[in-house]
Design a protein around this ligand. Structure first.
Ligand code: ZN
Length: 413
């Protein structure tokens, strides 16, 4: 356990560097890093800036450039730096992303999204919260540990990755493929959080987006028996799926704000353009978020069975497509080392009582959990990602820097 004195030196050194941290944050936010799949220039210029800064501060940088012909310059950069610890075989990694979503309609912004503006203790800019604050906080946490020459129980490092906002195909997924992480690593993904920093996310739901295309036979509405009303078949299928799935997958998990799985009919495509035609085709969608305790394959089998019944009953064909499928990895245990480590840092440094939570959305944390690597997701944010006038509170930036710096010193567990 680290001495009070060491923790005190570390936190006052972060306080002493607060202005420099804020200034650096502003400089980084000026560099547009909108994801190239969303029409932006990508991470390259921001990565070059970050790489030189890390090197200027005496850190060796590992850079993984992933080829992407769809990005200006043809590459997607991923950066890493770390400090060696006593146990060189294990790493505590803070993983944040460099890319952002576009600014959206400029009319909705009170300030220039790429000229950070500080007002009432908040820094307004695209990417300030998602994921700039955490990127800068973890980077400066590392620099503070280096500057104070703090002896570390294991290696501590950061990864600044590409492409989180689209699908992580040129970021985390590539790094995992290259075996850059180990099951014994401790992973912190500061890319979701809560306003007081109380929530430590340890579980996510599986995600399934499905499209159902029901075929019928289009005829005049006055002679319905001549045709087959695809809309009626589609509606019945949607309500039966709704009833069946919600009735079967009823287990609850109190970690989640919405404690059960959800199976929701959502989007509906237009069918015929006029009222007096029986639709010959009908398309609807479901958004499913399934608790990690369930196997997604079982859910899919139930859906396919229901479709078969309908095809038989109506003598027709129904096409079923999965447009998004992300199975959840196992929830990270509350008594895993990384969960204990972070909750200690949160209670001791941020001085709030941490609680473990699950979320219905997904972060890259899930990609690590799927590989069997325990992962927690945490940061102190007001939760305004992707919104116009996105901001980060300076107090949260400094607070989280302290938490990240102190966390490795509060073990061994
Ligand atoms: Zn993010």
């Amino acid at each position: 356990m680290a001495s009070e004195e060491l923790i005190g030196r570390l936190t006052s050194s972060v306080d002493g560097g607060a202005q420099a941290i804020q200034d650096f944050f502003v400089r980084m936010l000026r560099i547009n890093a909108v994801n190239p799949r969303m029409g932006g220039p990508g991470e390259r210029e921001r990565a070059d800036f970050l790489e030189s800064f890390l090197k200027e501060n005496g850190l060796a940088v590992t850079r993984v450039d992933v080829e992407d012909s769809g990005a200006p310059g043809g590459i997607r950069p991923n950066l890493s730096a770390k400090l060696e610890g006593k146990d060189g075989k294990r790493n505590l990694w803070y993983i944040s992303h460099m890319d952002t979503v576009p600014e959206g309609s400029r009319d909705l912004w009170k300030t220039d999204p790429f000229e950070p503006t500080i007002r009432d203790g908040k820094i307004f800019a695209r990417g300030a919260e998602d994921d700039g604050q955490s990127l800068v906080a973890s980077l400066f946490a590392l620099l503070m540990l280096k500057k104070l020459e703090v002896p570390l129980p294991y290696s501590v490092g950061i990864w600044l990755v590409a492409d989180e906002e689209f699908a992580s195909n040129y970021g985390i997924k590539q790094l995992l493929k290259r075996h850059l992480f180990k099951e014994s690593d401790l992973i912190v993904v500061p890319d979701s959080g809560s306003p007081r920093g109380t929530d430590i996310e340890i579980a996510e739901k599986s995600l399934l987006w499905m499209k159902f295309t029901t075929k019928g036979k289009q005829v005049h509405a006055s002679l319905p028996r001549k045709g087959l009303n695809a809309h009626r078949v589609g509606m019945r299928l949607a309500t039966e799926l709704d009833d069946t799935l919600n009735a079967k997958y009823r287990r609850r998990n109190k970690l989640f704000d919405y404690p059960v799985s959800s199976f929701e009919p959502t989007k509906k495509e237009a069918n015929v353009g006029n009222v007096n035609t029986i639709p010959g085709m009908d398309v609807f969608y479901f958004d499913c978020r399934v608790l990690p305790v369930y196997n997604l394959g079982e859910v899919e089998n139930d859906i396919k069975k229901k479709i078969k019944q309908f095809e038989k009953r109506y003598h027709t064909t129904i096409k079923f497509e999965e447009i998004e499928r992300e199975p959840a990895g196992p929830a990270t245990a509350e008594d895993s080392e990384v969960a204990i480590l972070l909750s200690r840092a949160v209670s001791r440094i941020a001085k709030v009582k941490p609680r473990f939570v699950g979320i219905g959305g997904q972060t890259v944390g899930n990609l690590f959990r799927r590989e069997g690597i325990p992962t927690v997701v945490w940061s102190t944010i007001d939760d305004v990602p992707h919104e116009p006038n996105e901001y980060s509170k300076v107090a949260n930036l400094i607070n989280d820097t302290k938490v990240f710096a102190a966390a490795p010193l509060l073990g061994p567990v």
